[in-house]
Structures are given as C-alpha cells and as structure tokens.
Design a protein around this ligand. Structure first.
Ligand SMILES: Nc1ncnc2c1ncn2[C@@H]1O[C@H](COP(=O)(O)OP(=O)(O)OP(=O)(O)O)[C@@H](O)[C@H]1O
Ligand SMILES: [Mg+2]
Length: 826
C-alpha cells in the first residue's frame, strides 16, 4: 500500500540522485514499486533478509525488480523483469520469527544490465533510465491528464477498496509522469504485468494513454459490478421483505385466531379437489386457484370470491353418476302407474329408450313435449327419470331474457354465479340426470344477449360435451344428461332450437279421460296430501263429473286437481274440528263445498237467445276455447267497426264476410241497401287477448247474418272455418283442440270445413265423437242453414228431433225446445 506519500518531498526530477551503478537486487513477488511512492514490504527469504541487513549498514540503497513468476524461489536474471526501481529503505522492523517488515521508497527507474554475483544474494549492474519527454505536446498532455484524473475519481468513488483521499492526492500532482505512476501504484486490482508495463513505458504520452485505457476498463468493470450488486441486493431485499411481511401476517392471524382456520380450510379443499374426480385440465385449474387462495389473507374480498369458486368446482358431479337401468317393461309399468292415457307419448318414450339401450353411444334427439297447460308434460318427464333410476332436475325457462341465466356471469362480476344448467347439475349431484327445460316457448331475448343461443349449445349433442359456463370457465361434459323440454306452443321457439328437438304433441283431455285421471290419480294424491286416506274420504263418479263440468273449463287437469284439493281441505278441516265421520263426496256435497257452479251448460243457450251472437271455436296455447262473437247494428253511414284486439287477417275476413252478405242480401230477406244508413259493430270477447287468423270467418259472418235477419243462432252449435268472398268455406287448423273445447262446454253439434274431414277421422277419438254431430260444409250458405233459427218467438221442438244431448245425459227433455232453420231461406 502507498503510505504517507509526500510528492513534494521526494520528486526525483527535483532532487538529482546519486545512485551507484552496482546494487543488491531484491526480487519482488506480485508487486511493482514506482518511483516516488512508499510501500510496506514483508521480507522472509533467507537471502533477502541477509541483503537487507547488509544494505542497512551500506547506505540503505537497494534495487527492487518484480519477478516474472511469483512462484520461483531463487530467481536469477532471467526470472526478473528488465526494469525496476532504485529504492531507499526508510524503516525496518524485525519480527520474532526472523522475518522483516520494511517501509521503502521508490527513487528512480533502473535498467538491470548484468548480474555480477548471485551469492549470498543477487547483485547487478544497473543504469538509471529517465523519462522520454521530447516532442511532448503540452496541451495534449494536459487534456489527457485531466481526463485521467476524472476517470480516476470515478474509479475511486465506485471502488470500495480505494480510499477517497486518493482523489485529493491525485488532483495535486501536476507532473504527468508522476501522476501516471501514482495512479498505477494506487490501483490495487490491476495485475503485476500491467503495472510493470506502466513502469517500463518511458514515453510520457504512451504511458498516460496506457493508464487511461486501464482506468476506462476498470471503470467498466466497476460499473458492471455495481449493477450486478444492486440487482442482487434488490432481489435479496424483496425476498426478505416478503418473508418478513408474511411472518408478520402469520403472527397477526395467530393473534386473531384466523390462520389455523385458513390452513385447515385449504387442506380440506385440497382433499376435495383430489376426491372430485375432475378431468386433468380442470384439476390443474383448481389447484392453481387453491394456490392463489392460500396466499391471500382471509379478510380480503377476493378471498371469498376465490373460495366460492373453488366450492363450486369441487361440488360439481365431475364423475358422479347414477347407474342407469333401461328395463323397458319396468319403464312402461312406471309410466302407466303414474299417468292414465297418453298412449302415444308413452310409446314414443319407450321407442326412444329402446334405441338408447341397443346403442348407448347414440346421440339421441332431445325430446320436446308440446301441449296445453296441465296435461302432464312436466310430470311425465319426472316419471321418466324415476323409471330410469336417474336424478331429476327442472329449470323453468319462462321469462329468461339474459344469456347469463343459462351460461352464468364471468367471475369478475360482483356476486357472479354459474348459469342454470350448471346450478341444476350441482343440485342433481349426478352427471346423468333427466334435465327438464320447462316452458322453452317462453324464452325471451333482449340486449343482454339471447338465451336461446346458449341453449343451442347445451342441446347440441355434437358440442355439449365441452359446455363452458362463464363462471366455471372450464368445460363440463353434458353428453350424459337426458334433456327433455316442454312448451305450450312451438311457434315462438326459434327454428334452430326446434330443429334439435323431437316434438311429441300431447293434446287436451276429454271429459271421460279427465274422470279416469281423477279417479286413478288425482283423488288419491290430494287425499294423501291432506293427511287422509280412502277410509276418510271418497269421491263418487258423479261428483267428479260435476266438478269437471261446473267448476273447470280447461284442456288439462290442473284446475280439476285444485278443486279436488279444495274439497279435501274442507273435509280435513271438518275432521280437525271434531267430526271424524267418513265422508263420501257426491254431487250434492260438491255443490255445498264449492258453491254455485262457475260454468253452466244453459249459459250457451242464454247467451244466444237474442239475434247477433254466434259460437265460434278458437285455438289457443291453452288448448282450445269457445268464443261468443257478437254483432250489432245502429244507424250510421255504412261503416264496419271491429273490436277485441283483432289482427289484420281477422279483420279482413270480417270484411269478406260482410261483402258476401251484401251481395247475397236479397236471398236472406235483407234489404240490399241496408248498409247505406247502418253502422255494423262486430266484437270478439276477451278483449284483452290479441287474436288473429282467418278461422273465425264463418262465425263472424253468421253473427252479422243473425243480426241483420233477426234470426237467433242455435245455442248448441259451434263453428269454425275461413270464408272467401264467393262464400266458400276453407279448412283451418287445431280441429282436435277446438272440438275438445266445444265438448267441454256441452256443445253437441259442430260445423267444420269439409276439407278438414281428414282431421275429423284421424284426430277425433271415438270417445270424443260419441254423441257429437259433425257437419262438414263447403259453403257459408250451408253454415247459415244449419245455425240460424226462424224469427219465430214461439220455439217448439221440431217433431221427431229430440234434444239429443240432454237425453244422453239422462236429463229430462228441455222445457223449451228449438226449431231448426229450414234449408232454404225463408
Ligand atoms: N295423464 C295423467 N295422468 C295422471 N296425472 C296427470 C295426467 N296428466 C296430468 N296429470 C297431473 O296434472 C298435474 C299437472 O300436470 P303437469 O304439471 O305435468 O302439467 P304440464 O303439462 O307440465 O303443464 P304446464 O304446461 O302448465 O307446465 C300434475 O299433478 C299431473 O300429475
Ligand atoms: Mg309443466
């Protein structure tokens, strides 16, 4: 190390030296001594100790030369560099082990000329060499010197090994050669070879260049080093910080009694993930989420979100399924036991299952039960599930307008949940349930997306094995689910959806069928629901018929079931109040318990007593319906007013009917000019419900004809059919539902278009046709001839024409009969 350097005192240039031409040579290992610098030296070699001992007595002057190879113990001339330094020994200490410590000062550069003796130590002839300062450009040297000083300052400030004092010392050196020597000797990191090079370079300019290169290289190394250092430091710092915070958190949680719960919770979840039988990809996702969860503090809002998500993942029936037994006779037995009738639907279901049994891999179509309310669509699907030993889930699609209800919300939403499909499967706890999608015709769609688009994917056997719910965000296999959909009407179902389903129509029930359903199922069910048995309460057939006729008017049996329930409730109450006698519900009891009948057969005839009212049959999603169409006339200016929320097609058929009446007025005894000063008003009741279609054409025409001729319409005849301007009657749809509706209200004669003969033969069961007269007509003339009564106020039964319906029902003949209109106009 440089020590106590006082450049002013020891300038070789200022103080000419008398250096002998022969000097003892002290070899140096791993170090170079520069002129003008001080250095401590340790001397241990025996020959060297001897050399120093002699020198101390002989003027303290020696020469030092660096060894080429520090490992050589007894160096000769060939082992030393050619340039060394004349040296003055300032101080010497002897250590107890015999070795020496010296403080030496470099005086001048020497060239080793020739070794004169090697024993007891090296002695050689030497020559002092001086710096080469000729043709030096001062300006350039100054600039270089300044540059060197700046670089040196930076090196000092970056290097932890160099004392800051060196900067000050360097700035004070004015002589360039000395500056170079001083800096070279200060730099501890450069090698002996490099230092020696500086020592050997006599040309000042070259020496400074060399030094500058050394400094620049040193700077680069130091900068890189500090960069690496700071990176390593920040890395270490971050890890330490995290570790520290985590430890703190653990301590806080422990204090709050939370940490253990969390660890236990995470362990439990991990077990559940293992046990859930997830597909590989899903499991990976679950474990990733679990890892995230374990790093979150339980108080964070995100913790709950993540936790709920994991709960959903582990709760899904990834691998859980119920064993399916397709035993066709058994299935048939179950279906028959649960439901009366419905033969066509049951047969189709058995066929469907037979195919599945033969080839379990077939991707069967989705079944869709279509029919009016209360005919047993939902309950049939439920009993299919039961007969197959599968779980059953039901989701009502009615009113769903948002795609997210099917497919869920993304987890980023607050309070997000999976869609109904995934929720249903979780409830089912099985991946192969029977899944009912109820009321598929009531799906909505708006700006929030179209749920039917999502359903398409659910119901498509080709792609539903990788159904992706937005919330779960991993695919779930729906291919083992048996989907069954239900609808009241097919029209509102988007065609693409309809295409994926096999439609099974279930029509309304006849009175006899309803009675059978009630006796076989509904009564037992309701009696049991009210905590009683057959021993407490029974219903007679007459009572049930009374309920069907007087208290319900429906295609299905839901109201019937409700009324039976109402009676059971009353009986149960009576029992609770102490009267425990068994009750047999007969026709009279029904009247007592349910009050006056809501619907009366006589109503029909009452309503049509006055001219201008005709009975039509309409088809509605709820089954079929009987409508009273009213026409009235007042003075006016030849206008036709139509009310009751009629659609365009319906209005046009009313106008067509009116035009036909005007052209044929004379044949019906109507003033051909009647329309000049008359306003006609046709009203179709249930004004709140929009109606459309051409099938009320004949009914509206009949009402107008009745009003204009003053002849009332028969109260036991209902009609349907489209009318043309020329008075022809065209076929219409929904014949079975319409006839069912007519029978429900006690109509015994129907007028249908001739071209619907096929429907009459195929769709109307023998039971439906029993006691029903069907008139097939092709012109409106025939309709009017069949339905209009004479103007007479004295209505007596036509001889030989008994009142058929009343007779069949075992009732006395009507007090007031009616005469049938003559075939030809009066
Ligand atoms: N053929 C039948 N045999 C026995 N019970 C029946 C039959 N048809 C309907 N039911 C009973 O009638 C009630 C109503 O049936 P369900 O709820 O299945 O009607 P739905 O066709 O699904 O009606 P909606 O279209 O209004 O949903 C149920 O209690 C059902 O058990
Ligand atoms: Mg239903």
């Amino acid at each position: 190390m440089t020590d106590d350097l006082k450049p002013e005192d020891v300038s070789a240039a200022e103080r000419p030296l008398s250096i002998p031409s022969e000097l003892p040579i002290l070899p140096l290992r791993d170090t170079v001594l520069f002129p003008n610098s001080f250095m401590p030296l340790a001397v241990a070699r025996e020959s060297s100790v001897r050399l120093i001992d002699d020198a101390i007595v002989n003027g303290k002057l020696i020469a030092v030369f660096a060894q080429l190879d520090a490992a050589v113990d007894e160096p000769g001339q060939a082992d030393l560099y050619g340039v060394g330094t004349a040296t003055h020994i300032h101080k010497m200490f002897k250590l107890p082990d015999g070795s020496l410590r010296l403080i030496v000062q470099g005086l001048a550069r020497l060239r080793l000329d020739e070794v004169v003796s090697t024993h007891p130590y090296l002695r050689a002839r030497v020559t002092v060499v001086t710096e080469d300062t000729h043709d030096v450009d001062r300006l350039e040297i100054d600039a270089l010197a300044r540059n060197i000083k700046t670089n040196f300052q930076q090196v000092v400030s970056l290097s932890p090994l160099l004392s800051d004092d060196l900067q000050t010392l360097a700035t004070n050196i004015t002589e360039p050669g000395r500056l170079a020597d001083f800096i070279a000797s200060s730099l501890t990191t450069i090698s002996t070879a490099v230092k020696q090079e500086v020592l050997e370079t006599l040309d000042i300019r070259a020496r400074m260049d060399a030094l500058n290169r050394i400094l620049i290289k040193e700077l680069e190394v130091l900068e890189l080093g500090s960069k690496i250092q700071s990176q390593v430091q920040s890395e270490v710092g971050k890890n330490q910080r995290e570790y520290f915070l985590r430890e703190q958190m653990k301590a806080i949680q422990k204090e709050l009694g939370e940490g253990d719960d969390q660890t236990r919770e995470i362990e439990e979840l991990a077990e559940k993930v293992e046990a859930a039988g997830m597909p590989e990809a899903v499991k990976k996702e679950a474990l990733r989420e679990l890892d995230r969860l374990s790093k979150m503090p339980p108080a964070a809002a995100e913790y709950t979100v993540s936790r709920t998500y994991l709960d959903w993942l582990v709760a899904m029936p990834w691998a859980r399924r119920t064993e399916e037994v397709i035993d066709l006779p058994h299935t048939k037995q179950v279906l028959d036991a649960d439901h009366s009738g419905l033969e066509k639907a049951k047969d189709r279901i058995i066929e469907y299952l037979a195919v599945r049994k033969l080839n379990p891999a077939t991707k069967g179509p989705i079944l869709c039960f279509v029919g009016p309310p209360g005919v047993g669509k939902t309950s049939l699907a439920r009993s299919i599930a039961g007969s197959l030993g599968r779980k059953f889930v039901r989701v009502s699609l009615g009113g769903m307008r948002d795609e997210a209800e099917i497919r869920g919300h993304r987890r980023t939403y607050i309070g997000a949940l999976p869609g109904q499909i995934i929720q249903g499967l979780r409830r089912a706890e099985s991946k192969n349930p029977v899944f009912i999608l109820d009321e598929i015709d009531k799906l909505g769609a708006d700006f929030r997306g179209d749920p039917s688009a999502a359903l398409l994917e659910v119901l498509d056997p080709e792609q539903n094995n990788t159904f992706r719910d937005h919330y779960l965000d991993v695919p779930f296999d729906l291919s083992e689910v048996l989907f069954i959909t239900t609808a009241n009407v097919l029209d509102p179902v988007p065609p693409a959806l309809r295409d994926r389903m096999e439609v099974l129509e279930i029509a309304g029930y006849t009175e006899e069928e309803k009675l059978k359903i009630a006796t076989d199922h509904l009564v037992d069910k309701q009696v049991k629901n009210h905590g009683m048995t057959n021993e407490h309460v029974t219903f007679t057939g007459e009572a049930l018929r009374r309920i069907v006729r007087g208290y319900t008017r429906e295609a299905g049996v839901r109201n019937l079931e409700r009324e039976i329930g109402a009676i059971c409730r009353k009986v149960a109450r009576r029992r609770a109040e102490g009267d425990e006698s068994a009750v047999e519900v007969g026709a009279e009891t029904v009247l007592q318990m349910l009050g006056a009948p809501r619907f009366l057969d006589e109503e029909m005839e009452e309503r049509t007593k006055e001219p201008g009212v005709s009975i039509g049959m309409a088809w509605t999603p709820a089954g079929g319906e009987v409508l009273f169409i009213e026409a009235s006339r007042m003075t006016g200016t030849g206008t036709l007013t139509l009310t009751g929320q009629l659609g365009e097609v319906m209005k046009e058929s009313a106008r067509a009917g009116l035009s036909w009446l005007r052209t044929h007025a004379r044949e019906y005894g109507i003033d051909p000019d009647f329309f000049r000063n008359v306003e006609l008003h046709v009203h179709v009741p249930s004004g709140a419900i929009p109606k459309d279609g051409p099938s009320a054409g004949v009914t509206m025409t009949t009402a107008m004809a009745s009003e204009l001729t003053g002849r009332p319409v028969r109260g036991d005849v209902a009609m349907t059919g489209e009318i043309t301007l020329s008075g022809r009657v065209l076929p219409v749809g929904g014949i079975k539902e319409k006839v069912l509706a007519a029978r429900r209200v006690g109509i015994s004669e129907v007028i249908l278009p001739k071209q619907n003969a096929k429907n009459v033969n195929e769709d109307l069961t023998p039971e439906l046709r029993q006691g029903l007269t069907v008139h097939l007509v092709s012109t409106i003339d025939e309709v009017l001839a069949l339905s209009l009564q004479p103007v007479s106020t004295d209505l007596r039964p036509t001889p030989g024409e008994p009142d058929r319906r009343r007779k069949e029902e075992g009732k006395p003949e009507a007090k007031r009969g009616r005469a049938y209109a003559p075939r030809s106009p009066a």
